[in-house]
Structure formats: C-alpha cells, structure tokens
Design a protein around this ligand. Structure first.
Ligand code: NAP
Length: 460
C-alpha cells in the first residue's frame, strides 16, 4: 500500500495513515519549490527573516500542542518535547536577528575597483531528517537555509509524518511563500535518489545513520551535488580523578539518558579514572534506578519508550553480547514487560573496547563505564572510536581538560559541561559522524554560493 502508518511507541496502537506522493504529485511539488525559490532569492534578507520571526511566535504560542504530537509519535517525555519546541523558537529568532550580518558582503582588498565575497542562495535543498528530535532537526536546517534565500524540501522519518505535516503548516502560516518549504510524504527511499538527481534540486542534507548517509551521498555524488551529513556518535564523557564526582554524577545521567538515550549527542561511553570509578558507579547506579519510567505524555516521566520496537531488539543485543564478554550490570539490563517499546535504564561497568556497547553506537538508555588507569589512558579510550561528534572532559582543572581534550578527535569539545547544540556554535562531526556544519554562521553558509566578485571601473 502506498501509505505511511504511524504507531504510538508507548502502546503499539496506530496513530495515523498518510498517503504517499505519486510521481506526478512529486513532480508538481518540485516545480512549485523551484518556482517559489526563484522569486524568494530576490527578496532582500531583511524581509526574508520576517516569516521566521512569526514562526518563532507560532512555535511559542502552540508549544504544548506540538510537544504532545512529538511525544505521541516518537515517545519523548513531554517536558523534553516542550523544551525542544522552545529551542526551535529561539533558533528562528537567532537567525532572524543575525541573517543580514552573516550574509553581508565581505570586501576584499585587491587591485580591482571593487572586489568582495557575496553569499548567494544555492537553490532548493532537500533535507532527509530523523525522528529523534522531530522539530529541532528540521528547524536547525530550515531557519538558516530559507533565510539565506533557498527553498526547502523535507523528507522526514516515516514514524514522525504527523510532525512533518504540522511543520509544513507552521511554515505556511508563518507567511513563507507557497511551495517554498514542503513536506514530501515518500513511501520509498528510491524516490530520495530521484529527487537528488532532479535538476530542480541543488543540494541535500541528511541527519541519520551511516547507511542512510552513504546512500544519499552516493546519489548526490552521481549528480555532483553538495551534501552535509550529520551521522551517528559514540561520544565519550571522560571523568578524571580530580573531578567532583558528587556533582558530575547527575550530569552524567542527564548526558546519557536525555531523550531516553536516543540522541546523537548523548554521552555513550564513560572512561573514568580508577581513583574515582567506584564512587562514580555507585552514584550513577542510584540515580538511574530512581529515574521515572512511564507514559511520555505524563509530565513526571523521565524515561519513555524507544521510538520503534526494533530499537529494543538492537539495544538488548548490544547489552547481552557485552555482558557475555564480561560487562557487569550495575542496574537494568533487560526489557520491560507490558505494551510499548520500553527498555530498563541500564548502567554497565567493566566495559572494554571489544564490547558492542563500546564499539557500536548505543541508541537507547545504556551507560557504558570503562576503567582507565590514568588520564592519558582515559583520553586514548575516549578517542578509540569510529565516530567523532562531540566529547566532554570533567576535571577540577579547566586548562588541563582543554589540553587533554584536544587528544580526542571530535566536532565539539566541552569541559565541565554537558554537550548541547547551541545555535551560536557550529555543530557537526568528523570521522564517521559526518561532515559539514549546521548552526551558527558556518551552518548558514553551507548552502550558499560563496561567490567571488571582481569589478573594474573601466577596461584597462
Ligand atoms: P535512519 O534510519 O538513517 O533515518 C534517518 C532518515 O533517513 C529518515 O528520514 C529515513 O527515512 C531516511 N533514510 C533511511 N535510509 C535511507 C536511504 N537509503 N535513502 C534515503 N533516505 C533514507 O536513522 P535512524 O536510525 O532512524 O536515526 C538514528 C541515527 O541518526 C543515529 O545514528 C543517530 O546518531 C543519527 N543522528 C545524528 C544526528 C546528528 O546531528 N549528527 C542527530 C540525530 C540523529 P525512513 O524513516 O522512511 O526510513
């Protein structure tokens, strides 16, 4: 059947049914996007940001409704969903305030009468997005990209199709021109390749798994189109022996268990120096046992269901195989009975680099604690991964944290703070975490034509 069915991860019940686009409808969508962008690119940036400001207001005014939709579709605790929607509003305001400055021509001294760098739109950009932050992933792409004069086409994760349609409506109501931002309901990944090949599409950005990233980058490579890829992560949270473990432990729990562990930026591996490891294990074990598991729509819930049943199978396999290799269960380590995709929040100790919870990305509520005999060994363990999204180092000595942290190859380094994405700072990875940047000025310029202009008053 050519339709997407969405399922409530807390109950297993059907939520919605959405007919997929057929080939003629897709062609019409691409044409509308191309036509809208041709006009939009001529609108001065000061006017292009006006709908962004209205979008921010709509997101704030309707935050509760959108948060509940997010929670129902992918299981995020509703308090976290509310925070997600509000962060979207902040980011729209941020680009509304800064777009003109970021896109301003940069004069360059040469022998020309006038020479400068101009930042012009690329065209229509396709965004393939994941379900884990259904609004945030889209807004962090769309706010800078549309403000830069581009159009946006969203192929969202199938399980959050209701959110994708609500987002399209938000952009329309905010006053963006008809067709400039569209949600495409696609029932077949092959259609993504066709869209990338279409001359009306200029570039593509994907946030998701390595497999999806490789597939989209292959299609874009064939068509020689620009890509930005935000892929997986296995971020280290390094606790040095001089850290204040009493203060660090609750932050470690937050860093790992936010969004029920389903964030690319979640800390996933915890190298801890031997001197403080027992204290750390005991404290995080107690805190994790106290986490409230339940209905994502209940504001008291801290741990909801995983977004899809297969994710419970994946995390359960990673835990069982790691335990078979010698990991010790401090707490959790099993599925939870009853309806919904629930997995017990888990802490594993005695983790070693040969185990799946160390080698693979764990996209669920499982903390892997690794013993390090020294600070240098902790950094080596932290860097022993195919991924390179972000890293945090926890120590009483910030300068030492910064110095040691440089030994971990990652797109972001935080010392004594939980890693977060912030519109003011570039976001993205190295190694298999992807390439290109989102957010800040760097993110906005990814989808611009950075154009060199050289002009003489007269022919010499
Ligand atoms: P996924 O399967 O790769 O899905 C992400 C998106 O890609 C969805 O829209 C999906 O559509 C689409 N997709 C999948 N295979 C495709 C293909 N062959 N061609 C075209 N589109 C394809 O990702 P996931 O497993 O659901 O999400 C979790 C992953 O995303 C994790 O690895 C996580 O670390 C990563 N992530 C990274 C960031 C970051 O910023 N670095 C942020 C969040 C998540 P369907 O839903 O229709 O399959």
């Amino acid at each position: 059947m050519n339709a997407i069915i969405t399922i409530d991860p807390a109950t297993g019940e059907e939520l919605g049914r959405y007919p997929g686009l057929d080939a003629p409808a897709l062609d019409a969508s691409l044409q509308r996007a191309a036509d809208a962008q041709r006009t939009w690119r001529e609108v001065p940036v000061e006017q292009r940001v006006e709908p962004l400001r209205r979008l921010a207001t709509l997101l704030r005014d309707e935050a509760q409704t959108h948060a509940e939709l997010i929670s129902r579709e992918m299981g995020k605790p509703v308090t976290e969903a509310l925070a997600e929607v509000r962060k979207c509003a902040v980011t729209c305001d941020y680009y509304a305030d800064r777009a003109a400055e970021f896109l301003a021509q940069q004069p360059v001294e040469t022998e020309a009468s006038a020479s400068f760098v101009a930042y012009e739109p690329l065209g229509v950009v396709l965004a393939v997005m994941p379900w884990n932050f259904p609004y945030w992933q889209v807004i962090r792409f769309a706010a800078p990209t549309l403000a830069a004069g581009n159009g946006g086409l969203l192929k969202h994760a199938s399980n959050v199709t209701g959110s994708a349609i609500a987002l399209e409506s938000l952009f329309q109501r905010a006053g963006f021109p008809e067709g400039l931002f569209q949600t495409l309901v696609l029932t077949d990944h092959g259609m993504v390749d066709e869209i990338i090949a279409d001359p009306r599409v200029a570039a593509v950005t994907l946030t998701g798994s390595e497999a999806a990233g490789a597939s989209v980058a292959t299609a874009a490579g064939r068509a020689l189109k620009k890509t930005v890829l935000e892929l997986g992560g296995s971020d280290p949270f390094v606790v040095l022996a001089d850290a204040d473990v009493e203060k660090v432990a609750p932050l470690a729990v937050r860093a790992r268990f936010v969004n029920t562990g389903q964030s690319c930026l979640c800390a996933k591996r915890f190298p801890v120096e031997a001197g403080v490891i027992e204290d750390f294990e005991r404290r995080v074990g107690d805190l994790v046992e106290a986490l409230r598991i339940g209905d994502p729509l209940d504001p008291a819930t801290q741990i909801g269901p995983l977004a899809k049943p297969s994710f419970v199978d994946d995390i359960d396999r990673q835990v069982r195989e790691s335990v078979a290799l010698g990991a010790r269960v401090v707490t959790g380590g099993h599925r939870l009975d009853g309806p919904g995709n629930y997995y017990a929040p888990t802490v594993l100790a005695d983790v070693t680099p040969d185990m799946p919870v160390f080698r693979e990305e764990t996209f669920g509520p499982v903390m892997a604690i690794v013993r390090a005999e020294s600070a240098d060994e902790a950094i080596e363990l932290a860097d022993d991964t195919r991924y390179g999204l972000a890293a945090s180092v926890w120590t009483a000595d910030m300068e030492r944290g910064l110095r040691l942290g440089r030994g971990i190859r990652s797109g972001a380094l935080f010392v004594n703070s939980v890693v977060v994405s912030d519109p003011r700072l570039p976001f993205g990875g190295v190694k298999l975490s992807g390439y290109g940047r989102e957010l800040s000025r760097e993110g906005m310029l990814e989808f611009t034509n950075i154009r060199a202009v050289w002009a003489m008053e007269s022919v010499a």
